[in-house]
Design a binder for this molecule. Structure first.
Ligand code: NAP
Length: 251
């Protein structure tokens, strides 16, 4: 693939929604930087699958919940590709199910560090590289939110839902701030998607168990979320900014 293809950074791209976005983006001609936290084998598999399909991808380790991690990720982008045209702010975590009064300060700080501050800081680094006001050539950012932002996740993880509400507000504000600088900023709110995230919260069957509560009567796939993300990144969405798209089967 020619080096003049646009470059997309996907955080948390070793598994789940991020991996599906990375694969779909590569199939549409993006060069993809695959970020991961700890699962190097899964990240390598994503890169190899993209290469096998004729695409171009590289991987970079980095914790989006820390300044050192974010610096390493963007240093990797600069070193590997020397340009940045898109960011999918995907990395996010849940914690074990809990009532609010039992949530510790440490838990809340980790949750907000990764799901909110990490996304704001990654977007900041992307804007520095993409803003035409700062010598860049423009670009697009997609923030991965959740239907939890509007539903609240009572009895499960209200803290997580609150981080996603913050992400939505950030999407609207940043979109307006950089709209005249060639950067579009949008969000996607997945509903119940069949990935590992539910097991990481101690509810491995959550997607299947909640299927009857979804109007479409099934969980979504990571690929279905990726379709929305790729639209928002694409030239077809050239007049779309500050929008948050539900991908939730009607939930
Ligand atoms: P997942 O299957 O648990 O995968 C999480 C990915 O994020 C992995 O690639 C993981 O890397 C990476 N990651 C986790 N913490 C990170 C950190 N601090 N720094 C860098 N990477 C990190 O999750 P998912 O279901 O695909 O969720 C992706 C996004 O969609 C999240 O923002 C989530 O809140 C949102 N979402 C998901 C659902 C759903 O039902 N699945 C619904 C609504 C919203 P390793 O492989 O190295 O651990």
């Amino acid at each position: 693939m020619a080096d003049d293809h646009p470059v997309l950074l996907v955080t948390g791209a070793s598994r789940g929604i991020g991996a599906a976005v990375a694969r779909s983006a590569a199939a549409r001609g993006w060069q993809v930087m695959v970020n991961y936290l700890s699962n190097v084998a899964a990240a390598e598999a994503v890169v190899q699958r993209i290469a096998a399909a004729g695409g171009k991808a590289a991987l970079v380790q980095g914790d989006t919940g820390t300044e050192e991690g974010i610096a390493a990720i963007f240093a990797g982008v600069d070193r590997q590709f020397g340009r940045l045209d898109g960011l999918v702010n995907n990395a996010g975590v849940v914690d074990s199910t809990s009532r609010v009064e039992d949530m510790s300060r440490d838990r809340l700080e980790r949750m907000f560090a990764i799901n909110v501050i990490g996304k704001i800081r990654c977007a900041s680094e992307a804007v520095r590289r993409m803003s035409i006001r700062q010598g860049g050539r423009g670009g697009a950012i997609v923030n991965i939110s959740s239907m939890a932002a509007v539903l609240g996740s009572a009895g499960q993880y209200v803290d997580y839902a609150a981080t996603k509400g913050a992400v939505d507000t950030f999407t609207i504000g940043l979109a307006r701030e950089v709209a005249a600088e060639g950067i579009r900023v949008n969000g996607v709110r997945p509903g119940i998607i069949d990935t590992d995230i539910h097991a990481s919260g101690g509810l491995p069957d959550r997607a299947r168990d909640l299927a009857p509560t979804v109007p479409m009567q099934r969980p979504g796939t990571a690929e279905e979320v990726a379709g929305a993300v790729l639209y928002l990144l694409s030239p077809e969405a050239s007049y779309v900014t500050g929008t948050i798209m539900n991908v939730s089967g009607g939930r």
